[in-house]
Ligand binder design. Structure first.
Ligand code: CIZ
Ligand code: SF4
Length: 353
């Protein structure tokens, strides 16, 4: 639906009044009505770097989800304030790994005498607390673009990896990119004592995968892939590595959000693409490339509901508060957590290659 013209005018007026004091970041999964006011769009990693590259912007309005605003706060100067227009915009995957649970898992590994051989690796899509835990314990953060490089590095530091919080990214990278077998991976369930695993299973595993997943990408099934191949002969299936292992295995291409965008941009006219990723992004790509057939991998629609909480009314409210001299919905990470999370993020930035 087209955005309310009154709200569009208010957002534009507030942004004009704030001028270079405000910088608006828009994640690729955000609504069109929000994306039109973004100074830059990107995935979570690119947006965190964009925020860090704008030390003059007093206010960073982050149109995305909570863990992304935390990362921006960690990477920006202490004078800058990061604002999340709706505090309820969380991430169900990030919420699946809570610090107390991860500490309990680490205690289990310590009791078994294997924590010293285990390197924690966390996906960017995790809370600052989890990144801090990983930084304290000699690990690294990764994104969906550099997960293989992060795991290569981790396996040089130790013989095992504890991968948080996305089991699918961990399994897909280990099995499809690093030559590990499915038997090298075990699934640690934080809701079961000992993760629901025997000491032998934990001792033998190379990859201990946390039982987390993305509620959006986790919905695609092998059936969605088979269906679209039947409906659209010659279709290219391109999915995000947060999809289930059998979906990624059946797809033609797999990669991060930025990779998906570049692949569609470079695709020849007339080619057909079924995308296994968030629907706002798929719809924008389809509109931007009318010479190509770009479609959603599943028949049922699937937005990220928490991303979608950031709508134009919330953005207008956040901007108008700033115009009025009030900073609403600021996201801050405490100094100690931020320090250790930064260690794990810097380790990622220092990965070779
Ligand atoms: O699934 C997500 O939320 C992704 C891919 C986020 C990001 O930008 O890395
Ligand atoms: Fe989290 Fe998935 Fe939404 Fe990304 S798409 S913010 S991983 S729930």
């Amino acid at each position: 639906a087209p955005s309310d013209p009154d709200l569009v005018a208010r957002a534009a007026a507030a942004k004009a009044k704030l001028g270079s004091k405000v910088f608006v970041l828009g994640h690729h999964y955000q609504r069109d009505e929000v994306i039109q006011f973004a100074d830059v769009t990107g995935d979570s990693f690119k947006l965190a770097r964009e925020a860090a590259a704008r030390p003059d912007a007093e206010y960073i309005v982050f149109c995305g989800v909570h863990f992304m605003a935390e990362s921006a706060d960690i990477l920006t100067t202490s004078a800058q304030r990061v604002i999340l227009p709706d505090l309820a915009a969380g991430c169900s995957m990030a919420d699946m790994a809570v610090l107390g649970q991860v500490e309990a898992a680490w205690d289990t590994l310590t009791e078994l005498g294997i924590a010293g051989d285990t390197v924690p690796v966390t996906y960017m899509n995790s809370s600052a607390d989890i990144k801090g835990f990983v930084g304290r314990n000699g690990g690294v953060v990764c994104t969906s673009s550099n997960a293989k490089r992060a795991l290569d590095w981790a396996f040089e530091q130790g013989s095992k990896v504890l991968f948080l919080p996305d089991q699918h990214l961990g399994r897909n990278t280990a099995v499809l990119e690093m030559g590990l077998s499915l038997d090298d991976c075990v699934l640690y369930d934080p809701h079961k004592p000992g993760g629901g695993l025997t000491p032998e299973q934990l001792r033998d595993a190379k990859m201990i995968l946390w039982r987390g997943h993305c509620s959006v990408h986790g919905r695609f099934t092998l059936e969605s892939v088979n269906d679209v191949r039947e409906r659209v002969p010659g279709v290219n299936v391109l999915v995000h590595p947060e999809c289930r292992h059998e979906v990624v295995t059946a797809a033609d291409y797999v990669g991060s959000t930025e990779y998906i965008i570049k692949t569609i941009e470079a695709a020849p006219a007339g080619s057909a693409w079924a995308l296994g990723t968030e629907l706002n992004l798929v719809r924008r790509l389809a509109l931007a490339h009318p010479d190509k057939q770009v479609m959603f991998l599943d028949k049922a629609v699937c937005y990220c509901s928490t991303m979608n909480r950031i709508d134009l009314p919330h953005l207008v409210w956040a901007l108008e508060e700033l115009v009025a001299g009030r900073v609403a919905n600021q996201i801050t990470v405490d100094a100690d957590t931020a320090h250790h999370a930064r260690v794990a993020l810097d380790q990622m930035l220092a990965l070779p290659g």
